[in-house]
Design a protein around this ligand. Sequence first.
Ligand code: MG
Ligand code: MG
Length: 257
Amino acid sequence: MFNYKTDREIEILRENNLLVSKTLAELVKYIKPGVTTRKLDIIAEEYIRDHGSEPGFKGYNGFPNTLCTSVNSQVVHGIPSGYELIEGDIISIDCGVFNNGFYGDSAFTFPVGEVDEKVIKLLKYTRESLEKGVEKAIHGNRLGDISFAVQKHAESGGFSVVREMVGHGLGRNLHEQPEVPNYGNRNQGIKLKKGLVICIEPMINMGMKNITQDPNGWTIRTMDNKPSAHFEYAVAIDHGKADVLTTFRFIDEILNN
Ligand code: MG
Ligand code: MG
């Protein structure tokens, strides 16, 4: 039922997610007021191809681009366009690659210039909730332990958890079993076993949890039009401590400079 990965396969996934991590960091210097989301998409595609890989999302179920660029009230699956970022925006950039038969998939939400303090808090709590989930992604735990940890932290900041969109297994397919909800109960769900590779990706809203889909069939946005944040790691389940295949180190190095 689940595609448990060999150590060799996990190394391929690590390599792919490292490229995604570096692609997201490459974009940081372009994420400024005035840049279009389409421009970011072009830069990402070139970067991925220059590094010997292929965009993972382009063509997936007909998705037209390399990146999902979701601005402000857009939760996920925003389509790159002529929209120019403005000071105070936040943009979730979700990026996938495909190489050596496997995918990579990670996301980060970036501030554009100076951002409202409340929105900074949303970013902080969303990223922390991902880390809380990762702490539970250990062999022998249950899936609900991850979900519960994410939800608990997000809600402790006064934010709400999107229900309809969830994380997923990752491997030869972009979306594999199991689904990884960002809400749930401890001690419930499947037992996590070494070799399982999952994407944990909290989508956390400033206002209510409800979402709606645009007529383009892709873009998910908050029903109340308030901001939403999204961070995603690919994680290999292991004994004692999760093996995180994504790193935000390159992004942090640039942002904190
Ligand atoms: Mg993703
Ligand atoms: Mg994903």
